[in-house]
Design a protein around this ligand. Sequence first.
Ligand SMILES: [Zn+2]
Ligand SMILES: [Zn+2]
Length: 264
Amino acid sequence: MLKFCTLASGSNGNCTYISDGKTNILIDAGISATRIIRELSMLSMGISELDAIFITHEHGDHICGLEKLLARHETPVYASPGTARGIGERIECLYGKINTALPGDVITIGDMKITSFHTPHDTYESVGYRIENEGATAAVATDIGHMEKEILEKILGVDLLLLECNYDKDRIRHSRYPAFLKSRIVGGSGHLSNNECAETVLRVVQSGTKNIVLGHLSAENNTPREAYTAVHTHLTNNGIIPGVDVMLTVAPRGERGNIITVGE
Ligand SMILES: [Zn+2]
Ligand SMILES: [Zn+2]
């Protein structure tokens, strides 16, 4: 069984709580430590009950609460070697204190197995994570410049997928963002658009996934409705009915999402 809940998901901060009922982990700590502790307490969780924190990459929207959270409680942190280096460059006191795992390595925490996979993004070594407990599987895949075979292999058929649905192509074209920022976001090492996300969701749902959470939405270049509609339309055009064949939801950007439980 896996219990899954986004504490925040979007370009301004990312943190996801995953538990098998005994072992508790976070993926990313990109909101303030105070908020993380408050949101966990709403889930009847104390910070001392956290067993590990897995970081996808060193951008501020994934690590900004990490230092203060660790000051409150020394939870083991895991990241790729490149991300550990990136974190150390940004937060000096964490240099050399991050446990490293290469993409593809399996880390066992209690009865949970966590496997990272490479994601194309403008950092040293970004990853996503696949989490397993007694046959239940979930994956977190955000900050993806373009979809790759290696990512698909890891996310196809999981029970629950949190997938990036970052921007609407027309919105970003007409946005007030400077040209360099627009090309960074839409480039191969930036973020996944609504349409690119929809194509991936279709493949994942066709492979058996029953729970899709759209996440890491841009505040400027997307809305929950546009993200949902893009994916919903692509699924229905291909004979899949959201709400019947698959649960499709959007993770709120600035607040806790619903708790989703998969597996027995
Ligand atoms: Zn991000
Ligand atoms: Zn990023």
